[in-house]
Design a protein around this ligand. Structure first.
Ligand code: ZN
Length: 242
């Protein structure tokens, strides 16, 4: 099975479209979404509709939950909070029902999906290095855990003995006896200095995962943010990938 996996779309239709075009070319059979479909960007309804049309497996992110009142906006900084309050006004009933239905963790025999960390999935803790990944890898029951939330793409593995290895390149062939943590990065607001949309392709037959980066029409997404009256910082950061 070929999986296309993405996270942190953040209401950025242009970036989402670019990733979905890549998925078509990659012959993706199943789509997995790690949450934060909404927040920050100008097209929450469009992004929800496009993602739902793929019949994906989805777990909820902190922005998804905050936009439908499942967590407090006090958790967020001022800019993020402004965008959440704006999104709350824009979303329809049906879209709210969908976001409210999203669970925090999903597992199959082989993979686990969570937005933040697995040890406290509803506290949305960040995994951005070996240290913050340890508590998730320690309790992981499947071979691979896919996460988002930090907007920083990353692949880590844990050997049977507990040593953690970090892979600098964007692709890894899985070994027997190791468990893996893959941060797929962010579709709609990358923060690693590379402004291109980030996503992952996982081939379960070949036991292989790859992080891919896709250019998209950043200017169009920025224009929509400014036209919507959202904080201009949210437009500016897209071209910097920060
Ligand atoms: Zn996010």
């Amino acid at each position: 099975m070929r999986y296309g996996i993405f996270s942190d779309i953040h209401s950025n239709t242009e970036a989402l479209d670019a990733v979905l075009t890549l998925f078509k070319g990659e012959r993706i059979e199943r789509v997995l979404c790690l949450g934060d479909i909404v927040g920050y960007g100008a097209e929450p309804r469009e992004c929800i509709a496009k993602i739902r049309a793929l019949s994906p497996t989805v777990v909820g992110g902190n922005h998804d939950w905050a936009c439908v009142g499942l967590m407090s906006v006090e958790y967020f900084n001022r800019t993020a909070r402004e965008a959440i309050l704006w999104t709350q006004k824009v979303l329809g009933m049906e879209e709210c029902t969908f976001l409210k239905s999203l669970q925090s963790v999903w597992s199959s025999n082989e993979i686990t999906l969570v937005h933040g960390s697995l040890d406290f999935p509803e506290e949305f803790r960040y995994i951005f290095d070996v240290e913050s990944a340890t508590s998730t890898l320690d309790i992981l029951k499947t071979k691979i855990c896919f996460v988002g939330h930090s907007h920083l793409p990353m692949i880590l593995s844990m050997e049977g003995g507990g040593a953690i290895h970090s892979y600098p390149s964007g692709s890894v062939a899985f070994k027997e006896g190791h468990r893996y943590l893959v941060n797929v990065g962010s579709v709609g607001q990358p923060r690693d200095g590379d402004p291109r949309a980030s996503c992952a392709i996982f081939d379960s037959d070949r036991s292989f995962v790859e992080i891919q980066r896709v250019p998209y029409d950043i200017r169009s997404a920025q224009r929509k943010i400014l036209q919507a009256g959202l904080p201009s910082l949210l437009a500016a950061r897209l071209s910097e990938g920060r």
